[in-house]
Structure formats: structure tokens, C-alpha cells
Design a protein around this ligand. Structure first.
Ligand SMILES: CC(C)(COP(=O)([O-])OP(=O)([O-])OC[C@H]1O[C@@H](n2cnc3c(N)ncnc32)[C@H](O)[C@@H]1OP(=O)([O-])[O-])[C@@H](O)C(=O)NCCC(=O)NCCSC(=O)C[C@@](C)(O)CC(=O)[O-]
Ligand SMILES: NC(=O)C1=CN([C@@H]2O[C@H](COP(=O)(O)OP(=O)(O)OC[C@H]3O[C@@H](n4cnc5c(N)ncnc54)[C@H](OP(=O)(O)O)[C@@H]3O)[C@@H](O)[C@H]2O)C=CC1
Length: 424
């Protein structure tokens, strides 16, 4: 069948049947996502090469979000998360976005920056200018460290120098701005920073100290936008309430933190599923959420467009790669990349950003209407039923009672399960 993400009723299939269905819908061989099955996924031998003192493997559920249309193409999105309702919510918002054509994305070139801290410079202003004069020499020295990256069309694009006053003096901080192509880039730029540090310090007339990537990846931005149809959202009142919810998140750091957590529900799940560095993406996102005036604010924007629909946008750093880290090593991460059908790190980054926007819209819509608990807790109820010991056969009956009684709580679940087993 042609590639499609509009799948209804995926939830009603068994896990195995779902895997087969998803592969067919993506137009790929089911064997290429066999690694989603733990039996064919990451084994202890491979895991032992990934980190230190390996004693086992932690399983995290991997779901597939449906309904996404991104830049006119249908995309099925693998999401690894321990939290109920995240995959359903992303699929729900993608279904709404689909009414008006789905998501449109774009990004800057994949430029990461490494910092070289230079201490003890007597004349920092002059040190800054001396370093800028040596731009070509420093770029050549850095590029020599990674001929392969240069061969792929990447490499150092520029040098910037900042003066950072601190309680321990003014530091001269040189930035290497490196196009890392399809890499996340941390190892690549760290190698370069370490290689140029001594020469940079000599030129600035100080000594080098820290030589490390900055996770404030504000030169590597990814953007997504979508129009969420007013009728599909539930009408003009829902639109207005979504705008009020977004306005509070823009103005109030307490709300912004939760609003952004909702965005990261989607982003982290895809970053993790593709074997990328969740901490790097999270650090970049939160550093980007600080406005020029120093206010921690929302990463997304929701506006009412001229036709009364919600125009949603999200822009944030998205340092993800296809060639390094766990992405290349972890069999399930490779399967996730195959399912997504991406060929460049930029394509992956943009899909992740679209998922972040969808996730945010779903949560904000729920909050601006019926509240989060009905949708979220009815799915979380399955966790609670399992936690109190319900078997796979018992879970549906326990969940149905918890929702009917509007008491999605462990104590009530235990009571319901006991009653069920006693035949009451
Ligand atoms: C949970 C829903 C989707 C229910 O919403 P609903 O309206 O009951 O769903 P529906 O049955 O009408 O289904 C609509 C679509 O959602 C998907 N869907 C719906 N249910 C399932 C399911 N079981 N399994 C798989 N997919 C599901 C599916 O795509 C479906 O389309 P269909 O295929 O039927 O044509 C909705 O209430 C929702 O979007 N809620 C938001 C939930 C959420 O954001 N959860 C994250 C955890 S809470 C949190 O951490 C963050 C937060 C909220 O604090 C952030 C913030 O404050 O901003
Ligand atoms: N602060 C942070 O966020 C830090 C993160 N990390 C970790 O660093 C890892 C990511 O670093 P990264 O540099 O991406 O990993 P790698 O060093 O594994 O991959 C980058 C290298 O891959 C090679 N390469 C092959 N094909 C391409 C291509 N198409 N585009 C770009 N490069 C290509 C390049 O040269 P070559 O083959 O010559 O190497 C490049 O240097 C992650 O695991 C992350 O967790 C590490 C330190 C700090």
C-alpha cells in the first residue's frame, strides 16, 4: 500500500499485528523494524559496549504515533516513553492538524558551537581582536582534526569571541562554529576545541581552561508550524481558551515550565527512540526558553489566524544526529530511523519539532476544555490496574470500573480487583 500515517484503530490490534501493520503502512519490510521486539533488540553484549558496568537493559515502551503529515508527506513516528497518553495525544493533535494540511517545517544549517575559555588575559578586549585576526589559522587547525566531516561538506564556518565578566575576572571565550552535517556533533566539536585551545590561548595571551561544546545550540534551530482547524478543535470558544492558555505560558514562568514539559513529552520520546542524546536536546530547549529580557517563557506560540483557527509555531535548538552516538549502534534506534524514512539529521530534527508542537497542542487543548484527567487518567488507569496485580485478562474490567467510578487510584483499583476476583 502507499505510505500512509492515517491509521484508525491501531490500538485494537495485538503488539505483533501492530508492528506488521505499521511496516506495511510505511511501505517497509517488517523485518527492518523487527528490533522493536525486545527479543531482537539491544542485547547485553552490545549494551556492554555502550556504557560501563552494564548489569542489564531497561525496557521502555515504544509506541508509534499516527496521523502525521509533515511537509506534505505521511510520517509514522516512533516514540519511546514511560508515560501513558503521550502517544495518543500526539496522534490526536496530528489528526487535527491534518485537516488543514499538517505540519510545515524548516531549519537552519546544523551548526554547533564549542567554547574555549581563556583565563588570565591582561587585556581581554585586545585579546578578543587578536583571536579574530587569527580566524583563518584557527579554522584551518580545527578542520585538520576532522577531514571526513569536511569531506561531507561540514567543518568550521566561523569563529566568534565573547568577553564574559564573572566574579573571578573577565574571560575571553572563543567559539568554534562548526557545521556538523548529520552528526549531533559533540564529539566532533570537542575534538576541535581541544586541538585549537593551546594556540588560541597563545594568541589571546592567556591560558586555556574549558574546551567543550555548548548545549545552548542556538545556531541549530528547527521550526514547525501548523494550522489547527477551529471546528476540529471544538469551536471558537475552544480556540479562545487555547489562546488564553498559551498567553499564560508566555507570561508566567510557573506555567511555562509545565507547558514546555508538555512539548518535551513528545520531543524526548522521539529523541530517545532514535538513540539520540535526550539531555542535550533538553538543555538546548530550556536554555532557548529564556527571553532576551531574562524571563523563562513558553517555547511555542499559539495565535488566532484571520480565519479563526489556531496557528501554532515552535522553534528550538534540535541537536540530533544520524551517524554517531547510540543511533548507529542500537538496533531499535536504527529501526526507528528506518520507520521515519529520514535521510538527514535535519529531516529528523524537523519531524521531532513537529511532534513537539503536536504534543503541546493536544495537552493545551485538553487543559483548555475538559481538563487533563479524563484523557490522561483513563489511559494511565491501565498502569494502575497492572500495578495492583491485575492480569492482562483482568486489566480491561478494572480500568472500566475505575473510569466509571471516576476514581483512578491505586487503593480503589485494589478494591475493584478484589471484588472482581471474589465474583462481585
Ligand atoms: C488522550 C486523548 C488523545 C483522548 O482524546 P479523545 O478525544 O478521547 O480521543 P478519541 O477517541 O476521539 O481519538 C482521537 C484520536 O486520538 C488518538 N487516540 C486516542 N486514544 C487513543 C489510544 N488509546 N491509543 C492510540 N491512539 C489514541 C487516535 O489517533 C484518535 O483518532 P482515531 O484513530 O480514533 O481516528 C486526549 O484527551 C488528549 O490529547 N489528551 C492530552 C493528553 C496529554 O497531553 N498527555 C500527556 C501527559 S500530561 C503531561 O505530562 C503534560 C501537561 C498536560 O501537564 C502539559 C501541560 O500542562 O501543558
Ligand atoms: N555536552 C554534550 O552534549 C556532550 C555530548 N556527547 C555525546 O556525543 C555524541 C555525539 O557526538 P558526535 O560528534 O555526533 O558523534 P561521533 O563522533 O560518533 O560522530 C561524528 C563523526 O561522524 C563522522 N561522520 C560520518 N558521516 C557523517 C556525516 N554525514 N555528517 C557528519 N559526520 C559524519 C565524522 O567524522 P569521523 O568519521 O572522522 O569521526 C564526525 O566527526 C553523543 O553520544 C553525545 O551523547 C559527548 C560529550 C558532550
Amino acid at each position: 500500500m502507499p505510505r500512509t500515517s492515517r491509521i484508525q484503530g491501531l490500538r485494537n490490534l495485538s503488539v505483533e499485528a501492530r508492528r506488521k501493520f505499521v511496516a506495511d503502512a510505511a511501505g517497509i519490510d517488517p523485518a527492518s523494524i523487527a528490533a522493536f521486539d525486545p527479543a531482537h533488540g539491544l542485547g547485553t553484549e552490545l549494551a556492554d559496549h555502550m556504557i560501563e558496568n552494564v548489569t542489564g537493559i531497561l525496557g521502555i515502551p515504544l509506541g508509534v504515533a499516527t496521523n502525521f503529515v509533515i511537509n506534505g508527506a505521511d510520517v509514522l513516528v516512533p516514540m519511546a516513553t514511560e508515560e501513558a497518553s503521550v502517544v495518543a495525544a500526539a496522534s490526536n493533535a496530528a489528526k487535527i492538524a491534518r485537516v488543514r494540511g499538517g505540519f510545515t517545517t524548516s531549519s537552519t544549517p546544523p551548526v554547533m558551537q564549542a567554547q574555549v575559555q581563556i583565563v588570565g588575559v591582561a587585556d581581554p578586549e585586545a585579546g578578543r581582536v587578536r583571536l579574530l585576526e587569527a580566524r583563518d589559522e584557527l579554522i584551518a587547525l580545527a578542520n585538520d582534526q576532522d577531514p571526513k566531516l569536511v569531506e561531507f561538506g561540514g567543518g568550521v564556518r566561523d569563529i566568534a569571541v565573547r568577553l564574559v565578566p564573572s566574579r573571578a575576572g573577565t574571560y575571553v571565550v572563543a567559539h568554534l562554529r562548526v557545521d556538523v552535517r548529520d552528526a549531533m556533533g559533540a564529539n566532533a566539536v570537542n575534538t576541535m576545541a581541544e586541538a585549537v585551545a593551546a594556540r588560541a590561548a597563545e594568541i589571546a595571551r592567556g591560558s586555556s581552561l574549558l574546551r567543550i561544546l555548548t548545549n545552548k545550540a542556538d545556531l541549530r534551530l528547527s521550526r514547525a508550524r501548523a494550522v489547527f482547524d477551529a471546528d476540529a478543535l471544538g469551536g471558537p470558544e475552544v480556540v479562545d481558551n487555547i489562546i488564553h492558555a498559551a498567553a499564560l505560558a508566555e507570561a508566567d514562568p510557573y506555567r511555562a515550565a509545565t507547558h514546555n514539559k508538555g512539548i518535551m513529552n513528545g520531543i524526548t520520546a522521539v529523541v530517545l527512540a532514535t538513540g539520540n542524546d535526550t539531555r542535550a536536546v533538553e538543555a538546548g530547549a530550556h536554555s532557548h526558553a529564556v527571553s532576551p529580557a531574562g524571563l523563562y517563557t513558553s517555547l511555542s506560540r499559539f495565535e488566532k489566524d484571520a480565519d479563526g483557527n489556531v496557528a501554532g509555531t515552535l522553534e528550538l535548538p534540535m541537536p540530533v544526529g544520524l551517524v554517531g552516538g547510540a543511533t548507529k549502534v542500537h538496533p531499535a534506534a536504527q529501526a526507528a530511523i528506518t520507520l521515519l524514512g529520514v535521510r538527514t539529521a535535519a529531516e529528523l530534527a524537523e519531524i521531532i519539532t513537529a511532534v513537539g508542537l503536536a504534543q503541546n497542542l493536544a495537552a493545551v487543548r485538553a487543559l483548555a476544555t475538559e481538563g487533563i484527567q479524563r484523557g490522561h487518567m483513563s489511559l494511565h488507569a491501565r498502569n494502575i490496574a497492572s500495578a495492583v496485580g491485575a492480569t492482562a485478562e483482568e486489566v480491561p474490567a478494572v480500568v472500566a470500573r475505575l473510569i466509571a467510578d471516576k476514581k483512578v487510584r491505586a487503593d480503589h483499583a485494589a478494591q475493584v480487583l478484589a471484588e472482581l476476583r471474589a465474583g462481585r
